[in-house]
Design a protein around this ligand. Structure first.
Ligand SMILES: NCc1[nH]cc(CCC(=O)O)c1CC(=O)O
Length: 323
């Protein structure tokens, strides 16, 4: 007698940081997967990461590579969780052995937003008063904005979105630069005062998209995750990540990007800037979306030829000196 025994439906454990933004993103992924696969159970497991614990040190000083992802990655390697949901921009471009970027979901607006104190509600990024105090914790935003607006004062800002908003509203800052996507996802879209145009500042690699990381050997899960992948976002982000991977040397660097897809053609623009905003190199490449990663590498090489390496070497040297 033959009996057909199907294996019991699997329970899949999703790892997430505990921050409000991370949870909103993770529950969204859980819901999408649950809709596509009603017979599978998807459970959320939260973990604190190093980045959630060190809230008082400037991120630019400690370098933020892997700060928000390491504990989740260990969880996957130890099989405590099956996959992790990340803001793709926080996921290092090189993953630990045995883990892969299995899917990239549809991107929100990847741009940065200007958020202002009440008293500047009639101003824009280019019309704030001389000396206006602008809060940002990213070298990329700092370098590009300093280049354009050397007459503003830039000040580091840390903490979660609510903390940062409270500091702004209390008058500690005149304006903040934050990702549009994070504000939207946390229901604070009404605080987006101006979307920073790409002519003023390019966004971070992977900004606005979610990246799902899992064990490379888990073919069954990887095929499920394809259900929530957004191919256009994936191609754009693969090009952006290849560009960054080719240029970075182990720490947070002022690198910005912009990508567009028209038909089968992907256009990638990248910028490398010095922290003081004095030196800037920018260029654009285009090609087939199927060559996304090749385009990223090619653009990195182009910018190197135009002096990007010297800019980056100077930043690495400064970090080594601890300044
Ligand atoms: N580094 C922190 C971080 N990681 C992801 C987002 C926002 C959402 C996103 O960019 O996908 C933010 C906040 C910000 O940069 O304002």
């Amino acid at each position: 007698m033959t009996s057909v025994v199907s294996s019991p439906p699997r329970t899949i454990r999703i790892g997430s940081r505990k921050s409000q933004l991370a949870l909103v993103q993770t529950y969204w992924v859980q819901e999408q997967l649950q809709k596509s696969f009603p017979d599978i159970t998807f459970e959320v497991h939260t973990m604190s990461t190093q980045g959630d614990k060190i809230l008082d040190v400037a991120l630019a000083k400690i370098g933020d590579k892997g700060l928000f992802t390491k504990e989740l990655e260990l969880g996957m390697i130890n099989k405590e969780i099956d996959f992790a949901v990340h803001s793709l921009k926080d996921l290092p471009t090189r993953l630990p052995e045995g883990l892969v970027l299995a899917a990239v979901t549809e991107r929100e607006n990847p741009a940065d937003a200007l958020v202002v104190h009440e008293k500047y509600k009639d101003r824009q990024i280019d019309t704030l008063p001389e000396g206006a105090v602008i809060g940002t914790s990213s070298l990329r935003r700092l370098a590009q904005l300093r280049h354009r607006f050397p007459h503003y004062t830039f000040k580091d800002v840390r903490g979660n979105l609510n903390t940062r908003m409270a500091k702004l509203d209390a008058g500690e800052y005149d304006a903040l630069i934050l990702a549009v996507a994070g504000l939207e996802r946390l229901g604070m879209g009404d605080r987006v005062h101006q979307i920073i145009p790409k002519e003023i500042s390019l966004h971070a690699v992977g900004q606005g998209a979610l990246g799902i990381e899992c064990r490379a050997e888990d073919a069954e899960l990887i095929s499920l995750l394809k259900a929530i992948e957004h191919p256009e976002t994936r191609d754009r982000c693969l090009a952006e990540r290849a560009f960054l991977r080719e240029l970075e040397g182990g720490c947070q660097v002022p690198i910005g990007v912009n990508t567009e897809i028209q038909g089968s053609i992907l256009t990638l623009t990248g910028i490398v800037a010095s922290v003081d905003g004095q030196k800037l190199v920018q260029d654009t490449v285009s090609g087939e979306t199927t060559d996304a990663e090749k385009l990223g590498t090619e653009l990195a090489q182009c910018l190197r030829d135009q002096g990007a390496q010297e800019i980056l070497d100077e930043i690495f040297a400064q970090i080594q000196r601890g300044s």
